[in-house]
Design a protein around this ligand. Sequence first.
Ligand code: FE2
Length: 202
Amino acid sequence: MRISWLRAGRSECGALYNRATRVGVSSWTVLLGDLRGAAPLSAEMCAGLRGLRAGPEPGEPYGRRALHRDETGEVMLAGWGADAECAPHDHAGGVGVVRVLDGAFTETEWVWRDGLLARGATRRWRAGESIPVVAGGIHSMVAHGAGTTLHVYRPAISGMRVFDPARRQTLSVRDDCGAWVPRDEALVLARVDWETARKRAR
Ligand SMILES: [Fe+2]
């Protein structure tokens, strides 16, 4: 499957899309317009997406493959390394859904406690399930073995914040950076110490 096919219009993908229920995929734009698009992806589509999977660079939890980005939102495919864990992060105010194409993951919610970000509730997800992304939430994910996830965000993420609990810092990262603390400082747009932010807020 080629990306151009994935971007094909409704007529080309009609068999995958039910107009009555709006379930299925005719284009990324339709998927972004209906975040149930979480909606059952066909086995053919899932297999094609797995074929587009890019593995992670050394020291990073997953490889990012951008499939679509426009004024409505973005679609990104993540190829996770074995047992890799991403950093806690937000989604720049956007909403979305993460569809697990293969593998199993544990998602951790992070909450602020006394000026520090702490691990909160966890939930296990497996292939075929869809993880909701809510505005304002902070989470991280760890893969159990390798895995592949399809990320659909509305609007496109711009100004994502990655949180570094070890250094107690919040990093705003460039839009082509994933949910990890980048080794390349050029990907960091801003860096705020939690303690400094706390003092300023007093
Ligand atoms: Fe996320």
